[in-house]
Each structure stands twice: as C-alpha cells, then as structure tokens.
Design a protein around this ligand. Structure first.
Ligand code: BDR
Ligand code: CA
Length: 346
C-alpha cells in the first residue's frame, strides 16, 4: 500500500481553513501529524478556538498547537497597517465558527517548538501545508535553521501572480506577515505555491453547495454552510475579491485579466492546498519559478512576485512551483467524496 503523506497543517481558521481541516482529516492519503495555529484571519485566541472547535466537531485526535500571536515585525512599522486600504470589504469568515464551544485544549508545547522538534526528529519526510500567514514557519526557520534540510516540501496557499485580494497588489496570507513570507520564500526548500490565480479556478457554486448539503453528513452540512457564507460574503462586496479569468496567449508572454463579478460561487482557497497534497492533478498548470515577496512598504508591499520570465536567469536555483490553474470539477468532487465521511482518519 502506498505510504501516506505526512503533513503538518498550519492554519488560521477561517471558513476556508475549516474546510481544509476537514479535507485533511478525512483523507486516507494523508497522515496529519499535527495542526499548528497562527494569528491571521482573526487574533490567535479566535483562530485557536476555531481549530479546537473543528477538532471536537470531527471527534479527531490530532494534536493542536498554538503558535505566534503577532506577525514577526510588520506591526512595528508605522507606514504599514492599519493605513493600507483593504480592497475587499467582504467577510467570509466571522469571528467564531458556528459550532459548540471547545471543551478541549491545545497541547502545551508552542507550535514553533513543535515544528522544530518534529522536523529535527524526522527522516525528512514531512510536508508543511500552510494556509495562513507564514509567521510560525519563518520563526521555526530562524530558531533552528537546520530544519531547512528536513522539510520535504512546503505547500502554501498564498500570494497572487496576477490576482490580489487585500490591497491593489497583494493577497492576504503573505501581506499579513510579509517578512515571514519572504523568509520562507528565500529558503531553499521545495515549495508549491497555490496563489489566488489557482484557487479562483477551483470555486464551489451555490448549487454545488446545496448538493453538498444534501449529502447530509455533519461535515458536508457544515462545509455547505461555510461555502454559502463565502458566496454571500463575496456578493456584498462592491469590488469583490477579484473574480477573474487569466488568459494566456499561446506562444507569447502576454496575459490578459478579465474581471467578472458574477458571484454565485466562491473559492475555498485553503482547501485547494490540501486537495493538491491528496491528488496533485487537481492543479492543472504549475510553473517552475522563483518567488519573491515585496517588503518595501509601498503599493506592492506584501505582494508575491513569481519570476515566470526567469529574470534571475539561473543565478538562484529554482525552488518553487506556482499553480496557475486548477480543475474545479475534480476539486468539488474531492470535497463531496471526503465530506461524505463521518469518521476522521485521525
Ligand atoms: C487566504 O486569506 C484568508 O482569508 C483565507 O483563509 C486564505 O487562507 C486567501 O487570501
Ligand atoms: Ca487561511
């Protein structure tokens, strides 16, 4: 039998994080060693409570570790937040997931120590799946640089090649802690980045959410509720999280973005990162290129730059693959299949 892929999921629930957690814990192909939680969509006490609510709801035994309560340094820089305008006005998350309050707790160890210890003791066979700001991962790299040789791969939802959602140029996860994102991107470990360009290609529609609801399991019904919350959240947003089409002109470098505002569907960003770990063919276009993060405080602050034109011309080894397209049918089928289960693998 094929070995399960060992993962540690780093998250900040978050409605799409919650669906990512379900997908991960119901997958027979993944061995979720632990879930580490970070400040992001909400402050850490809330993202932690939401993670524990998910663990309790699913009856899972996965250990949960509380991580960093603040980004590395970005809140110390006056030119940054909260002055930067948010493009999006929608809230697809809410403070707390609508589940019973958690009566269980997190592990005592800090998430960063857990990451360092677990990676150092490993055979180099652990994939880090990140679906929130990269604070915990960057801090672990700074605390114990030897973990770099122990990380099999980082699969990370974040950034946008052409798309953005939090400013005119940036995506939320990398923007929320740009220095952390830069540390991780500059680290020479294999990375697969799932930016908004790919996650917007793997949306769930309102009709599909209703179909999910009809499956009738607690997980399917809850995920359907979250998916509808996300679709509704995008509807009230005047400029929308950019719902776009990316068109490549074959044989040229020209790309055209067509913005569309039909919002009867929504991406479940974070779940695509987990889906990719379960079945990489859910991503249909992966470009080998290096990735950088802008930390210059200007309009591009927090923006991911995917060097698709190879401007570095081989001066740096290419360590990233950036997803630009996804198979929405396959993605939604994966959700249906996994969320129809009632007992998590862990
Ligand atoms: C990312 O930002 C968060 O709001 C979501 O949970 C996701 O991880 C998308 O930009
Ligand atoms: Ca998230």
């Amino acid at each position: 039998m094929e070995d399960k892929k060992k993962i540690i999921l780093d998250c900040d629930p978050g409605s799409d994080d919650a669906i990512a957690i379900m997908l991960a814990l119901f997958s027979e192909k993944l061995d979720v060693l632990g879930i580490t939680v970070v400040n992001g969509n909400r402050i850490l006490p809330k993202t932690l409570e939401n993670t524990l609510r998910m663990k309790q709801f699913l009856g899972s035994s996965v250990p949960v570790y509380a991580g960093c309560v603040e980004p590395l340094v970005c809140n110390l820089i006056p030119e940054r937040k909260p002055e930067l305008p948010r493009v999006t006005k929608n809230d697809c998350h809410g403070d707390y997931l609508k589940l019973p309050e958690a009566t269980i707790g997190a592990e005592h160890q800090h998430a960063v120590n857990y990451l360092v210890d677990t990676l150092m003791e490993s055979d180099g066979d652990i994939t880090l799946v990140t679906v929130g700001p990269l604070t915990n991962i960057a801090m672990a790299i700074r605390m114990e640089p030897r973990i770099v040789g122990k990380i099999k791969e980082i699969v990370s939802m974040g950034g946008g090649h052409i798309a953005c959602n939090i400013s005119s140029s940036a995506e939320f996860n990398y923007w929320a802690d740009p220095e952390a994102a830069k540390i991780v991107m500059d680290t020479p470990v294999p990375k697969v980045i799932l930016p908004l360009d790919a996650t917007w290609k793997a949306c769930i529609s309102y009709d599909e959410a209703k179909e999910l609801e009809r499956i009738g399991t607690p997980a399917a019904k809850f995920a359907a509720e979250l998916a509808k919350l996300r679709i509704e959240g995008l509807k009230v947003n005047d400029v929308s999280e950019h719902n776009f089409e990316l068109r490549h002109t074959p044989g040229t470098v020209a790309e055209k973005v067509l913005y569309r505002y039909d919002t009867d569907r929504a991406p479940i960003h974070d779940a695509l990162a987990v889906a990719y770990c379960i079945d990489p063919s859910v991503v249909t276009e992966l470009v080998d290129c290096n990735v950088d993060i802008d930390i210059s405080l200007g309009l591009c602050d927090g923006r991911m730059v995917a060097d698709v034109h190879n401007t570095l011309k081989g001066s740096a080894p290419v360590t990233a693959k950036v997803a630009l397209n996804a198979d929405s049918g396959k993605f939604v089928q994966m959700l249906f299949e996994h969320l129809s289960k009632t007992v998590p693998v862990k």
